[in-house]
Design a binder for this molecule. Structure first.
Ligand SMILES: N[C@@H](CCC(=O)N[C@@H](CS)C(=O)NCC(=O)O)C(=O)O
Length: 229
């Protein structure tokens, strides 16, 4: 069976979510680097998925968008035996999907608002949207801090879809909005995420690109050294 194709960019947080998941599921992907600056590549991508968000999985002609759906699809159709990111127990699966949604909506979205603002021309910057994103992240951090106390991963004992969402969301969010003092459970959870082999491998493949991340000034030196770039 040919490997499914992932149209992706090594810097993209949502692409990281899928790369981490594929690694944990033991699925080989045919990675196709997307260059949205190339009008022909962009047009071909929009023909497959007019929403235009990345990544996109294509498996034997079937087009699968949206990271949470891509990961469920990989688990259903391609995962190695015994490898799973969504548990079979219904209540545990609900909890995993809840925390996956939480990180996408309440951490990724405000994080992306910071990036979007930095990509605007100076004259169009919107301090209000950045302040709101900062408040939303502060609220999310407080919720996560309470949730992860006494837990290794977000749900149960196993690394799940929810942790796949959390790793890139927190990685980039912390560059814009560092943790306030006292969030020691969240801080320890972040370190566990960064130590996970699939997360570490995904961060490593992105290292050559961090110089292009608009929030690079906020990345910890262990991830990006502006003087060595
Ligand atoms: N809900 C989507 C979000 C994907 C997303 O926001 N991707 C970003 C990259 S991290 C993107 O494509 N940005 C380009 C754009 O918005 O034009 C998913 O889970 O796949």
């Amino acid at each position: 069976m040919p490997a499914p194709t992932l149209h992706y960019h090594p810097l993209s947080s949502y692409c990281h979510k899928v790369l981490i998941a594929a690694d944990v599921l033991g699925v080989a992907l045919d990675r196709q680097l997307l260059d949205f600056a190339d009008p022909a590549a962009r047009a071909a991508y929009l023909a497959m998925w007019p929403i235009g968000k990345m990544p996109l999985l294509v498996d034997r002609g079937r087009v699968i968008p949206e990271t949470s759906i891509i990961i469920e699809y990989l688990q259903q159709h391609h995962a190695q035996t015994g490898h799973a990111l969504i548990p079979s127990a219904p209540d545990a699966a609900l909890a995993v999907r809840l925390w996956d949604r939480f990180f996408d909506q309440y951490v990724m979205t405000p994080m992306q608002a910071f990036t979007a603002d930095l990509l605007r021309p100076e004259a169009d910057r919107d301090a209000g949207s950045v302040a709101k994103a900062g408040q939303d992240l502060a609220t999310a951090y407080t919720v996560i801090e309470r949730h992860v106390e006494g837990r290794r991963w977000l749900v149960g004992d196993a690394f799940s879809l929810a942790d796949c969402a959390a790793a890139p969301a927190l990685f980039y969010a912390l560059a814009y909005a560092p943790l306030p003092p006292g969030h020691r459970h969240l801080s320890a959870y972040f370190e566990r995420l960064m130590d996970h082999p699939a997360v570490a491998a995904t961060v490593d493949q992105a290292r050559p690109y961090f110089g292009f991340f608009p929030g690079r000034a906020g990345l910890a030196r262990r991830f990006f050294d502006p003087d060595g770039a």
